[in-house]
Design a protein around this ligand. Structure first.
Ligand code: ASP
Length: 409
């Protein structure tokens, strides 16, 4: 009997968690160290493979997506609907998180001492500095951007190329065809990489479970509970509900199609590294049109982060409680707005949200040193929020596709 890839990945994930526990239990022994080394190496190689296909994939998917959309005279609508959906779903996520945080008040009564003695590893940025840094990062020499794997800058350049291809029409037919074939080629390679996913995900989860200090995780109980609970609520109830209401797709059908991508997101903690898998699942399993998914997903991987927005907002309220600062409605509004900007500005890489969190804290005068308290427990929280970030992108492309179809009728 041949197991489906989905089943293999699932078994790999379970074995990974088990192996992680075993290694954590045998900490210090030569066998455990050896196991951890192998898991680190294999997991690292799997992520390398995903990153290898990421840059050509983003570039080809966006240019081809834009070129095909323009041909249908839909471009301006897709833009509006996509960005509208991103803002809407991130706002919902943050409202959920902030609502839960004001209900359970994580951090109330905890001692401020925990903040002292630690140093923040992230360099503090004020809001204007952050906005400037974000804007100045948009237009980059394409070769530098491609070589550095700077996804946002690649997306921007690919948008220009896509639009120029359309403006030039027939004249650039060959280039467009070349890019179309390149995209197919890259997706074929993604298919090969995915065959290694069961092993890669197993190794990554082994490493995650074996190296996590769970006692620390538990000591920040209410905060972790609020973050995990509201993130899951958003991912398990809100997003599937939106999807169902707009497209009629049942949550079960969605999860079945999205599973490979969601597990990869959990194991890698990176929306960008997961993107090749996200595109594959959305187009092949969930049957999104390539020109829509090819546009919405790469853009979403860097801009649309429901889980990160939620996390940043809740973390700011948590830190405010820790230092016994009552945030008034206006300040909560500032947290809301900066948390959304921080999520948009965070690249889709592990713990990126931690770095941009500094800006949210500073926007209402909270100590950036609080990062020292949050960093050690970030790995598992990052895994969970990345799953919801990726889920939001997939739901987004299906919703945008349906909205477009409705308007065409
Ligand atoms: N790791 C997240 C992602 O790639 C970003 C974050 O740190 O919140 O989506």
């Amino acid at each position: 009997m041949k197991l489906s890839l989905n089943t293999q990945i699932f078994i790999g994930a379970l074995l990974g968690v088990l192996a992680g526990w075993v290694i954590a239990a045998g900490k210090g022994s030569a066998a455990a160290e050896g196991g951890l080394y192998v898991a680190g190496l294999l997991g690292g190689l799997f992520v390398d493979l995903l990153k290898m296909v990421l840059v050509p994939l983003v570039f080809c998917a966006i240019t081809v997506g834009v070129a095909n959309l323009r041909a249908h005279r839909q471009m301006h609508r897709v833009w509006r609907l996509t960005l509208g959906f991103f803002v809407f779903s991130m706002a919902l996520a943050m409202l959920l998180g902030m609502g839960a945080a004001s209900l359970f008040e994580p951090g109330k009564g905890m001692s401020l001492d925990a903040l002292q003695g630690g140093t923040a590893s992230a360099s503090p940025l004020t809001l204007p500095q952050f906005v400037e840094k974000f804007l100045r990062g948009l237009f980059v020499n394409p070769f530098t951007a491609l070589a550095q794997g700077n996804v946002l800058a690649i997306v921007v350049f690919a948008l220009f190329v896509g639009i120029a291809l359309v403006a030039g029409g027939e004249r650039y037919r060959n280039i467009l065809q070349l890019l179309q074939e390149a995209l197919e080629l890259v997706l074929r390679i993604v298919g090969w990489v995915m065959r290694l996913a069961p092993l890669g995900i197993m190794a990554l989860l082994t490493q995650l479970v074996a190296t996590q200090d769970l006692t620390l995780f538990a000591s920040l109980g209410t905060f972790v509970g609020v973050v995990v609970g509201s993130t899951l609520l958003h991912g398990v109830v809100v997003l599937p509900l939106i999807l169902y209401l707009v497209t009629g797709m049942t949550p079960l059908r969605f999860w079945r199609g999205a599973r490979e991508a969601l597990l990869t997101a959990f194991a890698t903690s990176s929306s960008s590294a997961t993107l090749p898998v996200t595109v594959r699942c959305t187009e092949q399993h969930l049957h999104a049109r390539p020109e829509i998914a090819g546009f919405v997903l790469p853009l979403g991987a860097t801009l649309n982060m429901d889980g990160t927005a939620l996390y940043e907002a809740v973390a700011a309220l948590f830190v405010a409680n820790l230092v016994a600062l009552e945030l008034n409605l206006m300040q909560q509004g500032v947290v809301f707005a900066t948390a959304m900007l921080a999520a948009i500005g965070a690249p889709g890489i592990p713990s990126a949200g931690m770095v941009t969190l500094v800006m949210v804290l500073q926007s209402v005068g909270l100590p950036a040193e609080a990062i020292a308290l949050l960093l050690p427990i970030d790995r598992p929280l990052d895994a969970i929020r990345t799953v919801v970030n990726v889920e939001g992108d997939m739901v987004g492309s299906l919703v945008v596709q349906k909205w477009l179809a409705d308007k065409e009728e």
